[in-house]
Design a protein around this ligand. Structure first.
Ligand code: GLU
Length: 416
C-alpha cells in the first residue's frame, strides 16, 4: 500500500472516508484501491544537438469498469508513477461523478517541455505514443491534454496512432484541434465547469457572484478561462499567479489586458495593470473565492491557516492535502473537490469522443448547454449526498463515485 505522504496516499485517505460511510465490502475496497495496469516506457529521442536522451513515460489505467480508461497526459519534470497513479484514480472517480461511460487513466512523461524545441516535443510525443500503442484505442484508453500538453500534442498523438492502425482514428484521443475532429468548446470546458461549480456554490451559500472577489493560482488553460468566465459573470478577479510570479489589483484586474499580456509574455508576471504579488502571497488574499488551478499539494497544513476565502473551488487535481482539507472544512470553508469542480474538461472530452464516433458535429452552443446540464446535475447529486450524510463535499463526491463503480463491479461479477 502507498506510503504516507505520497499523492496516491492522499487519494487513499480521501477514498477511505467515503468507503467507511458506505460500509464498503472488503473485497470491493481492495479492488477499487489497486490500479488495473501501470505501464512504464523508455522513450529515446534525438535532441536538436544530436545527442540522444531517454525520457521515462507512464500510462496508468486505474479502473475500466464503466468504460475505456480516460484521462490526460502531462509533461513535467516532477512526474512520478505515484503521482500518475493517483491522477488516474481521480479520473476514475471524476468520470463516475459526471456519469460518463469511462474508467480512469492518466499518462505522464518526465521532461521539461519549456526547454524543448517543437521538433523535440513532436519526436517525444510520437515515440511515447508508439511505446504505449497496444494499450490505447477508442474502446480501450482515450488520452487528452493535461499540464503542459495541448491540441498540437494531441494531433501528433492521433496521427501516430492512425499511421500504426492504417486509418485515421479521431476517437483515440480528445482535445484535438477543431480542424481534425476536436470539439468546439473543449479548450474552455474545464474552466467553464469551474465557473459553473463556483456559481452553483455561491447560490447554495447565498452570495452573489456579482462583486464577489476571486484569486486564482495557475494561469494556464484552466485558471485563465475560469477567471475570465467568472469576471464575465460580474465577479472581480483581484489576484492571479503562475510559476513565474503574480499580480494583484484590489479594484479587479482588467481581464482583456491581462490576456493580451499573457499572450505576449507567457506569464502574468509584470502585468502593468496591478502590483506584483509573490506566488506564496496569493493564498492569503482576502477574497470570497479561491481557485487553485496549478498542481497537486499546493494547499497544505502549513499555509491553510492563511486562507481567508469562504469558497475553495479546485480547478487543479489534488491541490489540497487531506490535513489542509480537514482544517479548512472545520473552519467552515466550502470546498468543491477536484473530481467535481474540474469535471467539465473530461465531460466535453466525452462529447468529443461521441461526436467522433458518430461523425457528426455539434455547435458550440449545443456543447455548452450539455456541459451546463451535466455540471449542474453532478453538483446537485453531490450536494444532496453531502446533506444526507452530513459530510463535506469531497466525501460526498467519493460516496457518489464509489457507489456507481461498486454497483457495476458487483453486477459484472468476477471473471475467473
Ligand atoms: N486532464 C483533464 C483532467 O484532469 C482532462 C482529461 C480528459 O479530458 O480526458 O480532467
Amino acid at each position: 500500500m502507498a506510503a504516507q505522504g505520497t499523492v496516491f496516499g492522499a487519494m487513499l485517505q480521501e477514498f477511505e472516508g467515503a468507503a467507511k460511510i458506505l460500509n464498503l465490502d472488503k473485497g470491493l475496497w481492495k479492488m477499487l484501491t489497486h490500479p488495473k495496469r501501470q505501464i512504464t516506457v523508455s522513450c529515446p529521442v534525438q535532441l536538436d544537438n544530436g545527442e540522444i536522451e531517454v525520457f521515462t513515460g507512464y500510462r496508468v489505467q486505474y479502473n475500466v469498469t464503466l468504460g475505456p480508461a480516460k484521462g490526460g497526459i502531462r509533461y513535467h519534470p516532477g512526474v512520478t508513477l505515484d503521482e500518475v497513479t493517483a491522477l488516474a484514480a481521480w479520473m476514475t472517480w471524476k468520470c463516475a461523478v459526471a456519469q460518463l461511460p469511462f474508467g480512469g487513466g492518466k499518462g505522464g512523461v518526465i521532461c521539461d517541455p519549456t526547454k524543448m524545441s517543437r521538433r523535440e516535443l513532436e519526436a517525444l510525443t510520437r515515440r511515447y505514443t508508439a511505446e504505449i500503442i497496444d494499450a490505447i484505442g477508442p474502446d480501450k484508453d482515450v488520452p487528452a491534454p493535461d499540464v503542459n500538453t495541448n491540441a498540437q500534442v494531441m494531433a501528433w498523438f492521433s496521427d501516430t496512432y492512425s499511421m500504426h492502425v492504417g486509418h485515421t482514428s479521431t476517437a483515440v484521443v480528445t482535445g484535438k484541434p477543431i480542424e481534425m475532429g476536436g470539439s468546439l468548446g473543449r479548450r474552455e470546458a474545464t474552466g467553464r465547469g469551474v465557473m459553473i461549480a463556483a456559481r452553483e456554490s455561491a447560490r447554495h451559500l447565498g452570495f452573489d457572484l456579482k462583486g464577489a472577489t476571486v484569486a486564482v493560482q495557475g494561469y494556464g488553460n484552466v485558471g485563465a478561462i475560469a477567471a475570465e468566465l467568472l469576471a464575465a459573470q460580474g465577479a472581480s478577479v483581484v489576484g492571479v499567479s503562475d510559476v513565474n510570479g503574480g499580480v494583484y489589483n484590489a479594484r479587479g484586474l482588467d481581464m482583456a489586458a491581462l490576456a493580451a499580456h499573457v499572450a505576449q509574455h507567457q506569464t502574468v508576471r509584470e502585468f502593468a495593470g496591478g502590483d506584483p504579488l509573490a506566488t506564496d502571497e496569493l493564498f492569503g488574499l482576502d477574497v470570497d473565492i479561491l481557485i487553485p488551478a496549478a498542481l497537486e499539494n499546493q494547499i497544505t497544513a502549513e499555509n491553510a491557516s492563511r486562507i481567508r476565502a469562504r469558497l475553495l473551488v479546485e480547478g487543479a487535481n489534488g491541490p489540497t492535502t487531506p490535513a489542509a482539507h480537514r482544517a479548512l472544512h472545520d473552519r467552515g470553508v466550502f470546498i468543491v473537490p477536484d473530481i467535481l469542480a474540474n469535471a467539465g474538461g473530461v465531460t466535453v472530452s466525452y462529447f468529443e469522443w461521441v461526436q467522433n464516433r458518430h461523425g457528426y458535429f455539434w455547435s458550440e452552443r449545443d456543447v455548452n448547454e450539455r456541459l451546463e446540464a451535466k455540471m449542474v446535475q453532478a453538483f446537485d447529486a453531490v450536494l444532496q449526498t453531502a446533506q444526507r450524510h452530513q459530510v463535506d463535499m469531497r466525501t460526498a463526491a467519493y460516496i457518489v463515485a464509489i457507489s456507481r463503480v461498486a454497483t457495476v463491479t458487483k453486477m459484472r461479477g468476477m471473471y475467473a
